[in-house]
Design a protein around this ligand. Sequence first.
Ligand code: GLY
Ligand code: MN
Ligand code: MN
Length: 436
Amino acid sequence: MPLMDAKIFEKRRATLMSHMNGGVAILPTASMRVRNRDVHYPFRADSDFYYLTHFPEPEAVAVLVPGREHGEYILFCRERNPEKEIWEGRRAGLEGARETYGADDAFPIDDIDDILPGLLENRDKVFYSMGRYTDFDQRLINWVNEVRNKARNGVHAPGEFVDPNHILHEMRLFKTAEEIRLMKRAAKISAQAHRRAMQTCRPGMMEYEIEAELLYEFKKGGSAFPAYPPIVGGGANSCILHYTENNTELKSGDLLLIDAAAEIDSYAADITRTFPVNGRFSGEQRAIYELVLAAQIAAIDQVKPGKHWNDPHETAVRVLTQGLKDLGLLTGDIDGHIENGDYKRFYMHRTGHWLGMDVHDVGDYKLDDTWRLLESGMTLTVEPGLYFAESKDIPPAFWNIGVRIEDDVLVTRDGPEVLSRDAPKSVDEIEALMRH
Ligand code: GLY
Ligand code: MN
Ligand code: MN
């Protein structure tokens, strides 16, 4: 049972086609990748392709040909093959492509070399994103050359290649009600996983045991994949931003930073929580945690229509820098620190990114060289942090404290809506949950 109505995808294709001025759009899905010998990485469709087709299988190419008499949406895909399907799983086939996925016309992927050049004849433009699938780039060039070779027959070949990303990614940036529903579901499952991690964590466990608890909730909630590899870092590992080994013992007195979330029908959540392995924050851990939380709450408050993309970041940086000064970890003038970027020693990443089908989602952050304004329907993360690796010029009580707090926020007319609010984040909530 599809999670979204086929009509939604038809409408998206129509919107893209309305910007194409008679051109042809060609969108391949991702390729299967070998992990080792006969084993492949789990297949995940290309986000742009999936946004327009909802077609989940590998070896597929969507072609949009506005005004084509026999149908504007053509899907090349694998044919049904009962023998192969016994080994590899079910396929929609050409009939499924038409009936379930709304293709006007469907052809076997094995015939694409014979059919595709014909679709390019007498079209001025090809909308295609060069450089993402380089083998496919070469095939497209070969098809165009084939059409060029027919010039003597009075056929003209496309002279212009246009990247569809600008149009498509602007569409993807604004989430519709159906997309928000999926993102809320991904966030809910992920928040439940963070609660479970807090409830099960005990000193002496391994980081991967906590990872297992997270993955259990993701799968149980119906998520096919995590949205990105889970980061489960205790103690010194909490200060490594993209730590994913997750193979160290968790010690009483250390913090545990977990950045993990599920994907639902290709829509991501992205949640980070940080908590004490033994269930009680030390004085220094608590001071840093409360500071990051204050920065995060202030930054979330900036997520409203009319604020610009960088407002939440600027707000977080100011709160963090003031707090670092109050704790004696930075000395001197706040404005000077902000201007010089002195806080970057402890806060080296930005406060967020767009969120959607890709965890670091598509969409421009600037328009004409200025930060764009936030508008209803955009979704982004708000994820300030502070990280204190061992260093002689910092009091040892702060060593190995890494704190990040990350939520997923939808911009609405009424202000920020925190999709990941079910994951506890106040000190009291966390300590209460961990006591049980
Ligand atoms: N999990 C990746 C990020 O927070 O951006
Ligand atoms: Mn994250
Ligand atoms: Mn993030």
